[in-house]
Design a protein around this ligand. Structure first.
Ligand code: GDP
Ligand code: MG
Ligand code: ZN
Length: 366
């Protein structure tokens, strides 16, 4: 598929351009990752979509140093042409403006996973027919606030709910200022208001459990069955169609939208203030505790326990905050600093050996 779109149609702006220019190497051009498929990428470029893989040097740095890490959907990368007009080499990564990161608690080898980069609007989608789980929403909100993207709570399947207003009122206290939209992807309730948050050049991502209606919502927002979604659907073991790969699609007038597969576990990685932001009401209460290091346990003069006693704070919310804090502390413990230091040392040794070799072979001014 060739297109004659400008990079701004893919979300390129002055800040990205400046970040790219400060590192640019002659002959490299910017492109945006649309799909990642086991190390092979589909990228949007000024010449249309192209295939790309990371260069040997990029892989070397990513695998040994863990820096900057492999590109993910939404990333802007520096591309170098190859002899094959449909294949580019990824030589660099433009620093991410935002990053949605999760930790897979069961996968120790890759404790952190960047789900998407450069997302402006993060839609946390949940369904009004199933039980609305506030604890799960708090978890998603913590991830969202850490990411740097603006979270939006989307309560889908409003057509099936008997009391939408009560449901919205029940999540508003935990939304922490994030807008809440009750919508129906199938009947169109609330879609105009939600759609107004999107715009050309902005990047939105849909996250949430499987079955809440993310893909249906994407199609409804696009006003059509989004091109390419068929290619990223596969039958799962129950014979249903599920989204299996993250795919950034362009919807004219609504910018770029990323549909993600449902996630069984959304572990929290290193916390960049996301938990504090998701539970700012508790921190505000805590400021009035008698002791500044109050653990809201049995301390006298505890404003947090006072709020629970008065019925204005759900004790389950405090318990969930503690659970998420413990989870992050455990994750940080697993990022063993000694293992990290050893990896750095090995990398430096190899890097020095490699550059010595290159110098001998090609001289100093490569
Ligand atoms: N009644 C109703 N069903 C919906 C709505 N949105 C999605 N669905 C249905 O929910 C099921 C799962 O939707 P899907 O978009 O695949 O969910 P995803 O796993 O989050 O991508 C499908 O059968 C949809 O038709 C809605 O607003 N109302
Ligand atoms: Mg889906
Ligand atoms: Zn307290």
């Amino acid at each position: 598929m060739t297109s004659t779109l400008a990079l701004t149609d893919w979300g390129w702006d002055d800040a990205h351009a400046a970040a790219f220019a400060s590192r640019a190497i002659a002959g490299h051009e910017p492109g945006r990752i649309l799909v990642e498929d086991r190390g092979s990428y589909l990228v949007a470029t000024t010449d249309g979509d192209a295939r790309a893989t990371v260069s040997g040097r990029f892989r070397f740095d990513a695998e040994l140093e863990g820096q900057p890490g492999f590109p993910v959907v939404g990333d802007w990368v520096a591309l170098q042409p190859t002899g094959d007009p449909d294949h580019r080499l990824i030589q660099g990564l433009v620093p991410r403006r935002t990053a949605v990161i999760r930790r897979a608690p069961t996968d120790r080898s890759s404790p952190e996973q960047v789900l998407a980069a450069n997302v402006d609007l993060l839609l946390i989608v949940t369904s009004l027919n199933a039980d609305l789980n506030p604890r799960r929403l708090e978890r998603y909100l913590a991830v969202a606030w850490s990411s740097g993207a603006q979270p939006v709570l989307v309560l889908n399947k409003a057509d099936l709910a008997s009391d939408v207003e009560t449901a919205v009122a029940s999540v508003t206290p935990i939304a922490g200022g994030a807008p809440v939209h009750a919508v129906s992807a199938t009947t169109g309730i609330g879609l105009a208001e939600l759609g107004a948050r999107f715009g050309d050049g902005r990047t939105a991502a849909l996250i949430g459990s499987s079955g809440v209606g993310k893909s249906t919502l994407l199609n409804a927002l696009a006003g059509t069955e989004v091109e390419g979604t068929g290619a990223i659907r596969e039958d799962d073991d129950r014979g249903r169609h599920t989204t299996t790969r993250r795919h950034l699609v362009r919807v004219p007038g609504r910018g770029l939208i990323l549909d993600t597969p449902g996630m069984r576990e959304l572990g929290l990685a290193d916390d960049d203030g996301g938990i504090d932001a998701a539970f700012s009401d508790i921190d505000e209460l805590a400021a009035a505790c008698r002791f500044h290091d109050c653990r809201h346990d049995r301390e006298p003069g505890c404003a947090v326990r006072g709020a629970i006693a008065a019925g204005s704070l759900d004790p389950a919310r405090l318990a969930n905050r503690r659970k998420l804090d413990r989870e992050v502390a455990r994750a940080e413990g697993q990022n063993d600093p000694r293992a990290r230091a050893e990896r750095r040392r090995q990398y430096r040794m190899m890097h020095t050996a490699a550059s010595r070799h290159m110098k001998m072979k090609y001289g100093d001014d490569r």
